[in-house]
Ligand binder design. Structure first.
Ligand code: 5RP
Length: 257
């Protein structure tokens, strides 16, 4: 039955607001409605992308979708998708991807993103950059006026060799930025000791923090970061998203193209 413009909203005003997790699921399910049988799909990483994986697996089981090939953006996504029996391949076998679906840490009004809180930014950028369509799925808390503005880090993946040298080069780049800070991302290991966080590519991550968000031209900042020898990639995804699906507490879904 078709929704008319006067159809009631997804949730009545009296209903309880959706939790952040429910918003993530609503956005993810809407994105999976765009998937068609026979597609090569970029499979994102993180707690929002997991809802899309669940939905794709469910549609495959029920025969609503068939002949899907998934290209995982991380080892974590690969193992989840494998457990869900989503057929998998890689970027070498499928250099052109029909549609990628992934979450983000921040989305600005121009659909520029920050990604990589989960540390998978390099593979995500390669796979999503190879996609004809890249659909981003977020709850409303991810929408920001300016990248870096939510207090979360803008991650930069660097090679481990000479990491403190690379850190000093990154710090020098933002020397004059008010309230700027940069730190090596660490992780507490099973033995309780703190060690550098290691990406799927065997690299380290430097997290950049901007008190007021990035106030300078994003394209220039991107170029300057990438020119530092030792940097593999950064987590700003500029002009890459073809659409962003945002779910709100009220259960409304907005698609921004
Ligand atoms: C991982 C990512 C994630 O997509 C991003 O961190 C959002 O994660 P979540 O959906 O768990 O909030 O970029 O590298």
């Amino acid at each position: 039955h078709l929704l008319s413009p006067s159809a009631p909203p997804a949730m009545s005003p009296a209903a309880a607001p959706l939790s952040q997790e429910e918003q993530k699921r609503v956005a993810a399910y809407r994105a999976v409605d765009l998937v068609q049988s026979g597609m090569v799909l970029g499979l994102g990483t993180g707690s929002t992308a997991v809802h899309a994986l669940d939905r794709i697996a469910d549609f495959l089981r029920r025969g609503i979708l068939h002949d899907i090939v998934g290209i995982p953006t991380s080892k974590q996504t690969e193992s989840i998708a494998r457990a869900l029996k989503i057929p998998l391949s890689d970027l070498d076998a499928h250099p052109v991807i029909d549609l990628s679906i992934d979450g983000a840490d921040e989305v600005d009004p121009f659909l520029n993103l920050v990604k990589g809180r989960g540390g998978s930014l390099l593979r995500e950028k390669m796979i999503e950059g190879a996609s004809k369509k890249f659909v981003v799925i977020v709850d409303e808390s991810k929408m920001v006026e300016r990248l870096g503005g939510s207090g979360l880090a803008v991650p930069v993946e660097i090679i481990p060799f000479g990491w403190s040298y690379t850190l000093s080069k990154l710090k020098a780049l933002f020397d004059l930025e008010h309230g700027f800070n940069a730190k090596l991302r660490t992780k507490v290991q099973d033995d309780g000791k703190e060690a550098p966080f290691i990406t799927d590519n065997g690299n380290y991550i430097i997290d950049l923090y901007f008190e007021n968000g990035i106030e300078r031209d994003l394209g220039m900042i991107s170029d300057s970061i990438l020119r530092i020898v030792g940097v593999a990639e950064h987590g700003m995804f500029l002009g890459m998203a073809t659409s962003v699906i945002v779910a709100s507490k009220e259960g409304e879904v907005t698609v921004i193209n």
